[in-house]
Design a protein around this ligand. Structure first.
Ligand SMILES: *Cc1c(COP(=O)(O)O)cnc(C)c1O
Length: 305
């Protein structure tokens, strides 16, 4: 059962002290998302996880190629998970990967991915399947096909250059938007490579107080010609994390009260959801001058108050 804790007000990633306050003897792992363009405080989280003997799992779905203290994200905890779904920085339409330096975990993940099948040891002879049955574990068939893998491997060559171009355009936006009082997303000290999955910026309180944030998002979408969106709602309000929708829990009112996700207080998550707008990484591959047009569109909104 996921236990939700609040986020850091600057990076919008898991807050280390909030995570510590939520740890109990029943805690099994700490998971962190490196969200939008930030890398979480991996020094603090690693120290916390080690102190309590808990595995740290990094969700790197937004952070392909990002690094913290010169080590790529995904390599700081016991495992890192990447999504290669259609919207991500590396994509094969659908797909994903788990990275780990723990042999036992790697073997387990390999078997779970292929319904118990693993790569055949040694050479593969003509007509032989690459995967062999082991019957060790019942998983699901979530194997990435060779075609998808080829598409991804080709994009790997482009990733560092694209990440650098996105970071340079983002820095230009940061300068332009800060001048009008907006607060671009920050990353943790120690970030050595930043990967922008979405460019996200927090609007000042006076702007938010004057107009519904959905109206601002709609106006920017119209003026810029690409979607400018609010952030994800806090997970405590996410329909997918609502145990009451599971028939197997119906009738167990005491249990539902105990696991009701709305019981978590997440004020920073709520304030970010109500004040941050973002747009997709592809826009950051436009020429640098295009960033000034984006700043102009935001300026219209930011200078009205
Ligand atoms: C996209 C995403 C995932 C996983 O997406 P899949 O569609 O399952 O590949 C996981 N975590 C975050 C934060 C994501 O953005």
């Amino acid at each position: 059962m996921p236990v939700l804790v609040d986020i850091n007000p600057d990076t919008w990633c898991l807050d280390v002290s909030a995570a510590e306050a939520a740890i109990t003897p029943r805690t099994r792992a700490v998971t962190v998302v490196h969200v939008y363009s930030a890398v979480a405080d991996l020094t603090g989280l690693r120290e916390l996880a080690d102190r309590y003997g808990l595995p740290l799992i990094e969700d790197c779905a937004h952070a392909h190629g990002a690094a913290y203290r010169y080590r790529p994200v995904g390599g700081h905890g016991v495992a890192g998970v990447f999504s290669m779904q259609g919207s991500k920085l590396l994509t094969s339409g659908e797909g994903g990967a788990v990275v780990t330096d723990d042999d036992e975990l790697a073997h387990r993940a390999e078997a779970l991915r292929g319904d118990g099948r693993v790569r055949r040891p040694g050479p593969i002879n003509c007509g032989e399947m690459e995967l062999v049955e082991t019957g060790r574990l019942m998983g699901a068939n979530a194997a990435l096909s060779e075609f998808h893998a080829a598409v991804l491997i080709d994009q790997l060559d482009l990733l560092a250059t694209q990440n650098a171009q996105r970071a340079s355009n983002a820095a230009r936006l940061d300068r332009g938007l800060s001048a009008y009082g907006a607060r671009p997303q920050a990353t943790s000290d120690g970030t050595t490579v930043r990967a922008y999955y979405r460019y996200a910026v927090q609007l000042p309180g006076v702007v938010i107080a004057a107009r519904p944030v959905d109206d601002i998002a709609a106006e920017l979408t119209t003026s810029l010609g690409f979607p400018v969106l609010r952030t994800h709602p806090p997970l405590s309000r996410c329909r997918l994390l609502d145990p009451a929708t599971r028939p197997r829990f119906s009738g167990r009112r005491d249990y539902l009260a105990r696991v009701d996700p709305t019981r978590f207080e997440l004020p920073v998550c709520h304030s970010v959801h109500n004040s941050v707008l973002s747009f997709g990484h592809e826009i950051l591959l436009a020429p640098a001058e295009a960033m000034d047009e984006i700043v102009d569109a935001f300026r219209e909104i930011l200078t009205l108050c």
